[in-house]
Design a protein around this ligand. Structure first.
Ligand code: GLA
Length: 761
């Protein structure tokens, strides 16, 4: 609900209030973002009038009395300009005739709109908005600035639009989506990384110097995630005040936070101004993407819950909202580009036997694509590999009772391709010599004929066979700077809308060398994103944990692959590979032909377990749990709770370990049971004499055969306890103590884990 009373605008839901007022000189002053309050409380939050601050600039002569001089530098504002006395960072920078324009935008009007903010470009936006407040501010030279506020249950969306109503060309150097001054002291929690190491959490205090997180790769990037948090010092997973910010945008982004000496933290977020310049002719409009804000006094978990709900309800395409995602098998790590129809079908049969529901053919099916030097751009089926065509393969997979999905990388091109030979001018160039990423270049999506080519070619393939899933990849950073990179992203959104808008049945998974483009813009088209090429479960603990602060687990593509892992050489138990992947959209990506019988049994059991709890894993409320020795996650929903407890390196002489759950009914009784999982006999080497009645050679044939065929059972934890007890922390079986095999222990070593199912009795 959005109300207006005594100059105070109030966006209110059950979860939060957002209050600002237009002061007597027409400047929008921020009052409050936090716990729900009444509009009448507005003035209680206002910065107190000041007589000015020595060298500071006052907005007007002292006409109203000594204590009300409107010194912009110390006011809490919703927006700011330049040259008017606010020397904090400005959200707007404009130029006219080569000179910076002093910016002074003041209130002109406001109105309430049904639905979301009007959008003239192809920028995606949050859906199912009920009401939007449009606040129009005017610059004395004729520019208009529209600030939009849309309230959703658990998050608020803001954006700014600039209209050039002057009779001259205006250059936009910077136009943030959001600017806001929050009272208080904060830690900035941001997420940085690299290929294979996405979403590492960083924390730093916000001080007088500006703290910036931004991307200049042309995309949201694996280097710096656009979403970030501001937390009050001392906030924890379940307590303390936390603000969250994110951007519905997939290109270069910019966010900053800076604390003023008076204790206001200015935060802003939008398209990166680095190398950016956009000319607006008289009458032209420039739209910024939507920024998302959330607040919680329930700590990081509370904030994540707000974002998760918002993404699941208002970002992910309608046809896939809360729709269960199939367990998939992907061909990439198993066979790369080296396959034939019959090899794929053999993999599909094996995947089906294990319980997979969707078979995805990854890279290598088109043109001369036998390695990553050739073929990108040519989406004609390679008949040598697939003599029955895509339709033939899809039909054969469908006949097994599985769905069929396909990989594309439509934004890129190899020089060694038919497309490049025909249209070398379609490459995105910058006038200097070409620079390559994974031996490929970008197509220039700012050109209409290139966008049409992609739409027509991808659509043709999609309509040629029964394809119900697409992996849309993009494997390099861009050479486009600023405004061209912006147009590229608008072009990409146009393409995605044209291809997938009319084909809502297709589950789109976006990918960019793993998680190089995990953002809300892509999620508006693709309900899930491939988090990382690094599927090592121990690395994934960091990656999925980082993502979980901002995104719901329904958006994580999470696969089990082979060990030792291709990215880390780490050898991890198959059980842990499954247990970590459960907390996302489960898939398998390894050569199934080489599985041992015990591994097949374990995978089949994993898939059965996952399917029984799939709604809970994919859409349940996710919590990061207290786990001093490892990592623990909980999901609850659909009448169940599942918890995962994960360890990295373990130590000898294990101490007692508790599992502390949350969000249960303290009065109710629950049964807790750990998932039975594979323990490999071979894992024990010469220690088998602890469990075998006879002395076996650890490298001998007998033990090798036993290891292949007969799994050992790990100690299954089972208990009945009240919700109150489970939330206080219940004692788990000991981990392996070094004093022999005990069927009641968790007999695992490094990288061990368990998943627990908790149901009401
Ligand atoms: C990227 C993706 C992988 C795989 C390959 C195929 O690296 O992240 O998952 O699809 O491309 O070339």
């Amino acid at each position: 609900m959005i109300t207006y009373h005594n100059d105070v605008h109030h966006i209110k839901t059950e979860k939060y209030s957002y209050l600002f007022r237009v002061n007597r000189l027409g400047l929008p002053e921020h009052l409050h973002f936090g716990a729900p309050v009444a509009a009448e409380d507005g003035s209680a939050f206002a910065c107190k009038p000041t007589p000015g601050w020595g060298s500071s600039i006052l907005y007007e002569q002292n006409v109203y009395g000594h204590a009300d001089n409107l010194c912009l530098d110390v006011l809490s504002l919703e927006w700011s300009g330049s040259g008017r006395g606010d020397y904090r960072e400005s959200p707007i920078e404009l130029f006219m005739d080569g000179e910076a324009i002093p910016c002074d935008f003041a209130y002109r009007s406001h109105r309430l709109l049904e639905g979301g903010a009007p959008m003239a470009s192809t920028l995606p936006q949050a859906m199912d908005a009920e009401q939007t407040l449009e606040l129009t501010l005017k610059h004395p030279w004729g520019l208009a600035l529209k600030l939009y506020y849309t309230g959703f249950e658990t998050a608020l969306v803001r954006r700014a639009v600039l209209v050039n109503n002057t009779d001259k060309t205006v250059t936009v150097k910077k136009l943030m989506s959001l600017c806001l001054d929050l009272p208080g002291q904060y830690e900035l929690i941001s997420f940085h990384g690299a290929w294979n190491a996405e979403m590492r959490r960083h924390s730093q205090p916000v001080t007088g110097g500006r703290v910036v997180t931004d991307s200049t790769t042309g995309f949201s990037s694996n280097l710096h995630q656009p979403g970030f948090l501001l937390a009050e010092p001392g906030a924890g997973e379940d307590h303390g005040r936390v603000f969250g910010f994110n951007l519905i945008w997939s290109g270069n982004h910019y966010s900053s936070a800076q604390r003023s000496f008076q204790g206001l933290t200015r935060v802003m977020q939008g398209i990166s101004p680095v190398n950016f310049a956009r000319e607006l002719k008289p009458g032209d409009v420039f739209e910024s993407p939507e920024a998302v804000l959330a607040w919680s006094d329930g700590g990081f978990n509370g904030l994540s819950a707000c974002f998760h709900e918002f993404v699941n309800r208002h970002i992910v395409p309608k046809a896939w909202q809360y729709r269960q995602r199939p367990v998939l098998y992907n061909s990439w790590e198993g066979c790369g580009m080296d396959f034939t129809h019959s090899r794929l079908l053999d993999l599909a049969k094996r995947a089906k036997r294990l319980g997979c529901e969707l078979f995805v053919l990854d890279d290598g099916w088109f043109g001369a694509r036998n390695d990553d030097h050739a073929g990108l751009g040519d989406y004609t089926v390679n008949r040598k590999k697939l003599p029955h065509g895509m339709d033939g393969l899809a039909k054969a997979v469908n006949e097994l009772g599985m769905e069929f999905g396909l990989w594309f990388e439509p934004e890129c091109i190899n020089e060694n391709s038919e497309l490049h030979r025909a249209h070398p001018d379609w490459v995105l160039e910058d006038g200097l010599r070409r620079v390559y990423g994974r031996n490929q270049l970008h197509l220039d999506l700012t050109k209409q004929e290139v966008r049409d080519y992609i739409v027509e070619n991808v659509s043709r393939v999609l309509d040629s066979a029964n394809i119900t899933y697409v992996k849309w990849d993009m494997n390099r950073h861009s050479v486009a700077l600023g405004s061209r990179a912006y147009d590229y992203i608008l072009g990409l959104y146009e393409i995605l809308g044209r291809i997938f808008g009319p084909r809502p049945q297709i589950l789109l998974e976006s990918c960019s060398s793993g998680g190089n483009r995990f953002d809300l813009g892509m999620l508006c088209f693709s309900p899930q994103v491939w988090c990382s090429d690094d599927t090592d479960p121990i690395e994934r603990l960091d990656i999925q944990r980082g993502l979980s602060y901002l995104y719901p687990q329904s958006t994580f593509g999470a696969h089990v692959s082979a060990a030792p892992h291709s990215m880390t050489l780490r050898n991890t138990p198959l059980s842990t590979r499954g247990n970590v992947s459960f907390f996302g959209c489960l898939g398998y990506e390894l050569d199934l032909k080489h599985l041992l019988p015990v591994e097949e049994q374990e995978i089949a059991a994993q898939i059965t377990f996952y399917k029984a709890c799939r709604r809970t894993f994919q859409f349940g409320s996710f919590r990061r749990l207290w786990a001093p020795e490892g990592e623990a996650w909980q999901v609850s929903g659909d009448g169940k709770t599942c918890a995962g407890l994960f360890h990295r390196l373990i130590h000898a002489a294990p101490g007692y370990e508790q599992l502390r759950l949350v969000d249960l009914d303290p009065e109710k009784r629950y049964s807790l049971r750990s998932r039975e999982q594979l323990l490999r006999v071979g894992q024990y080497g010469s220690l088998v004499h602890h469990i075998a009645p006879v002395n076996l050679d650890p490298n001998g044939l007998v033990l090798r055969a036993v290891d292949r065929h007969y799994p050992m059972k790990d100690g299954v934890e089972q208990m009945s306890a009240s919700g109150a007890a489970l939330m206080s922390g219940v004692m788990l079986h000991l981990r392996f103590t070094g004093a022999g095999y005990d069927p009641n222990c968790r007999n695992q070593g490094d990288f061990c884990s368990n998943v627990y199912l908790i149901t009401e009795e």
